[in-house]
Design a protein around this ligand. Structure first.
Ligand code: XLS
Ligand code: NI
Ligand code: NI
Length: 436
């Protein structure tokens, strides 16, 4: 059955095309720095925004037209939706998708029924994966929508809720494994607090760590070798989320012996909500070997919440790709469009425009970043800026061969530090614009 009958497979037509349903820059098989664009970018379509988003906001109900969806919570409707989703992803030419358990299958009256629903829909997902070759980038569990999770899941004050969340994640890992998922994501959901007066922060954070260890142990016991990912977000829905930013997440992982088991899934709009740039969060994770995957989207400069818009800014995507190229790629992670069309963009066609724009912006970012690297002027500048550590006293500092006593002697003899040099920020900002 064709759900998007008027839309062909999206072709690559190059930068000159006027066809809005064609790629201008994403040329899947084009080689950049020795690898195809497909391999560098590893695009993924997210099920929740793209197939479960309705366009509702706190001021009004949904607006989005999804003719294949009868709006019911039946398994039958969920299975039909799988057909629409895979037709969309196939026509778009994205190699991956991602989901939460409750995006793909309806929650039942109890856990047993929910698991049964998930099994039924997972069967359909598996068949479509086989038919199309589309793969699962990551699975995750929705531990935030159901009212039982009002106080959090692993950090709930209610131990039964912890147990429920554990059972749910157990099943979500099994389904992810069954579908060949390459990663499994933990995003905090409601793991945080609204008010410290009613919160035992120490116990909550300890419980979260226990929960992640249990997940990793269980995954190992069933032979799931996918990468675990922790997704930072500073606030929303809670006032303070424990997975605040890359630094807070890494501190949590290290403090609890999880650093070898879990990497980070960095999302642009979460980075900016935390008061960082995306490039900062990516670079912070990368230099510590913890950059696992990205949720590609963007916020709105003037709105203070997670607007999850599709990324179109090539300045942003160039910065992202600079870090990803520096790391040598994201695999087994990828570039997941955790982004939604605006509620005014209510036609199914808008889903294509949104993803085409995002993929093209990243493909362009990839080419720009590769050009910056090939030119070498930027990296040469940075290397040169730190050259005082390549020999003499600097080399001794880095090697750990001197302490305060030796450094004092060095300076008493020398009298004054060598003159500083300009950071040339403005010149470098101009240089970057040369490549855009
Ligand atoms: C919400 C998060 C969420 C995760 C998956 O803000 O971005 O969508 O990516 O649970
Ligand atoms: Ni996300
Ligand atoms: Ni988000």
């Amino acid at each position: 059955m064709a759900f998007f009958p008027d839309i062909p497979k999206i072709p690559f037509e190059g930068p000159k095309t006027k066809n809005p349903l064609a790629f201008r820059h994403y040329n899947a098989s084009e080689i950049v720095e020795g690898r195809t664009m497909t391999d560098w970018l590893r695009f993924s379509v997210c099920y929740w925004h793209t197939f479960r988003g309705t366009g509702s906001d706190p001021f009004g109900p949904g607006t989005l037209q999804r003719p294949w969806d009868d709006g019911s919570d039946s398994v039958e409707n969920a299975v039909k939706r799988v057909g629409a989703a895979f037709e969309f992803i196939e026509k778009l030419g994205a190699p991956y998708y991602c989901f939460h358990d409750r995006d793909v299958a309806p929650e039942g009256a109890n856990l047993k029924e929910s698991n049964r629903n998930l099994d039924a829909v997972a069967k359909a997902l598996g068949e479509e994966q086989k038919r199309t070759g589309i793969k699962l980038l990551w699975g995750t569990a929705n531990l935030f929508s159901n009212p039982r999770f009002m106080h959090g899941a692993a950090t709930s004050c209610n131990a039964d809720v912890f147990a429920f969340a554990a059972a749910q994640v157990k099943k979500a890992i099994e389904i992810t494994h069954q579908l060949g998922g390459e990663n499994y994501v933990f995003w905090g959901g409601r793991e945080g607090y609204m008010n410290l007066y009613n919160t035992d922060m120490k116990r909550e954070i300890d419980h979260l760590a226990k929960f992640m260890h249990m997940a990793a142990d269980y995954a190992q016991s069933i032979g799931f070798t996918g990468q675990f990912l922790f997704e930072p977000k500073p606030k929303e829905p809670t006032k303070h989320q424990y997975d605040y930013d890359a630094a807070a997440c890494l501190n949590f992982l290290r403090a609890n012996g999880l650093q070898d088991k879990v990497k980070l899934n960095i999302e642009t709009n979460h980075a900016t909500l935390a008061g960082h740039t995306m490039m900062h969060e990516l670079e912070y994770a990368r230099i510590q070997g913890a950059l696992g995957s990205i949720d590609a989207n963007t916020g709105d400069l003037l709105l203070g919440w997670d607007t999850d818009q599709f990324p179109t800014d090539i300045y942003l995507t160039s910065q992202v790709m600079l870090v990803i190229l520096a790391q040598g790629g994201l695999a087994p992670g990828g570039t997941n469009f955790d982004a939604k069309v605006r509620r005014e963009s209510f036609e199914p066609l808008d889903l294509f425009h949104a993803h085409i724009g995002g993929m093209d912006a990243f493909a362009r970012g990839l080419k720009i970043a590769a050009a910056i690297r090939a030119d070498g002027a930027l990296s040469k500048f940075v290397k040169n800026r730190y050259r005082s550590y390549d020999s003499g006293i600097g080399q001794k500092i880095e090697a750990g061969n001197v302490g305060f006593v030796e450094l004092e002697k060095y300076m008493l003899d020398k009298g004054e530090a060598a003159a500083n040099e300009s950071g040339r920020q403005e010149m470098l900002e101009n240089l970057i614009n040369d490549y855009l």
